[in-house]
Write a protein that binds this ligand. Structure first.
Ligand code: HGY
Ligand code: MN
Ligand code: MN
Length: 418
């Protein structure tokens, strides 16, 4: 690949925007797990990967994998990747940037083979939108997609297993999606999705740990009735109960340092303006770096839901969909990454990720590191999400230096200190 680092950064950004146009909803970027537009994303990435000399395959969960050999057939393997799915009405860089940059890094090798192989992986599902179960791609990469997961259904009643078959893949082959045991490290490059780096005018962040997260679904059940003829004291109003609870959730989280809690999805049934809601389904997302604090918050918020339900003569059930512990990343690999950034001329700050990432699934089994790029406006999960060419260039140069240092330091890495 000819051109300057700036050219490569600009090409990376334009590729992300090209992929963003592969969507289920014209005019916005919405690409859920194994929906038809994912075929188009695979074709685009495959063309770039194969042009760079990589061998490409799609595994049984729909992860797209591009392989660049090391110096020998049994060379150890560095995994570089992120996810290909998006939230509804997403930006162009969440997840995708880490895969497109992985391809750019192999292109930058210009045919050179390293003491280790590089596998660039685009995970098929991280956001958890279609099946309310996140990280399906990286869970398959560590062999953790079980029969219960395959039986989860989306809002149309299609199971994960059926979605895999509908995409032209075979869930029976899932054991082959487990990453090679030659894999010695995982690197995820991702936008920060928050305001910290921008507030410090910094291009890059070195992630030390990812906060733990709980995702739940609560169902408030009362009695639908006529909005005009039912006196207030005789109602069983599921919406009023949920609304009172949501305010209490926000108040609790605001009074506990570094705790965040979000009710992002709310559905009322029957959902007519002149009918008292008989049922309300609400999501709850709670995150904190300390699992004890997070669990205490979840318990308090669940109790508050029960109190609010009782006050409004309704019932409530709460179902936990995800209880993901906080995950530290590999100290040795993180040190090598930070040294590489410094060597490349980009001072970086260490930080904790408030967002979940595939690295939190891989890190317990594969030494993992994450590199953050500044999010202009601190904006993400929004169509105006962006990155700066200068920061993409910083990431590219840093990771090339990281590869060099990794080659030098791999022995130390295996001993657990760099
Ligand atoms: O929700 C998250 O933390 C991530 O963007 N999936
Ligand atoms: Mn996301
Ligand atoms: Mn992401």
């Amino acid at each position: 690949m000819t051109g300057t680092n700036t050219d490569r950064a600009i090409r990376t950004i334009s590729r992300c925007r090209e992929i963003a146009a592969r969507t289920e909803v014209p005019g916005e970027t919405t690409r859920l797990f194994l929906t038809p537009s994912m075929h188009n994303v695979h074709s685009l990435l495959r063309s770039w990967m194969e042009a760079a000399g990589m061998t490409v395959h799609v595994d049984a969960i729909g992860n797209l994998c591009g392989f660049w050999a090391g110096l020998s057939a049994d060379s150890p393997r560095l995994l570089i990747g992120s996810h290909l799915d998006t939230v509804p009405n997403a930006g162009a860089f969440d997840g995708i940037l880490g895969v497109v940059l992985g391809v750019a890094i192999v292109e930058e090798l210009r045919g050179k083979h390293l003491p280790f192989a590089i596998e660039v992986i685009g995970f098929s599902e991280e956001e958890g939108v279609r099946f309310s179960k996140p990280f399906l791609g990286s869970l398959a990469a560590i062999g953790k997609v079980d029969a219960e997961t395959l039986a989860c259904t989306d809002r149309d009643g299609i199971s994960v297993g059926q979605a895999i078959r509908n995409f032209g893949l075979d869930p029976v082959q899932l054991p082959r999606a487990v990453v090679s045991n030659h894999t010695f490290a995982y690197l995820e490059i991702h936008i920060e999705q928050g305001p910290v780096l921008e507030s410090e005018n910094a291009s890059l962040g070195i992630v030390e740990a990812l906060v733990g997260q709980t995702r739940m679904q609560l169902v408030f059940t009362g009695q639908a009735n006529h909005a005009g003829t039912t006196p207030m004291h005789l109602r069983h109003d599921a919406m009023a109960a949920a609304a009172e609870w949501i305010v209490a959730v926000e108040r609790y989280a605001s009074s506990h340092d570094d705790l965040v809690a979000t009710v992002g999805k709310l559905e009322a049934f029957p959902g007519a303006g002149n009918v008292i809601a008989g049922k309300v389904t609400a999501s709850l997302d709670v995150r904190h770096a300390d699992d004890t604090v997070r669990h205490a918050a979840v318990l308090a918020m669940t109790k508050e839901a029960e109190s609010a339900a009782t006050r409004h003569r309704t019932q409530v059930t709460a179902n936990t969909q995800l209880d993901q512990p906080a995950v530290p990343l590999d100290p040795a690999l993180t040190t090598i990454l930070q040294n590489a950034a410094a060597q490349a001329g980009f001072p970086s700050r260490r930080m904790t990720s408030g967002a979940g990432h595939d690295a939190m699934i891989l890190a317990p089994v594969i030494p993992s590191a994450m590199l953050f790029l500044r999010s202009p406006g601190g904006l993400s999960h929004h169509p105006d999400e962006s990155v700066l060419p200068h920061d993409v260039e910083a990431a590219l140069v840093t990771v090339m230096e990281f590869l060099t240092q990794l080659g030098d330091d791999r022995g130390k890495l295996e001993d657990g200190h760099a």
